[in-house]
Design a protein. Structure first.
Length: 66
């Protein structure tokens, strides 16, 4: 679902997907808040909708195409 939202804003090709299942530190840190979109130190954790994603992108100066 989160990846579908990234597709809607045209950013799917700029995303790196990280599987946290075998990384104890990441799994411990994120747990049930995955998926997470992170740029530098800013994160948006699931659940979020399209409007929240767009607002987060704007606040973080990320150009997207709705």
């Amino acid at each position: 679902m989160a990846f579908e939202l990234l597709q809607q804003v045209g950013l799917e090709e700029k995303v790196s997907i990280v599987d946290i299942a075998f990384d104890d530190a990441l799994f411990s840190h994120y747990g049930v808040t995955i998926p997470v979109i992170k740029v530098d130190q800013s994160e948006i954790n699931w659940p979020f909708d399209l409007s929240q994603l767009q607002q987060w992108l704007t606040v973080n100066g990320i150009t997207y195409h709705p």
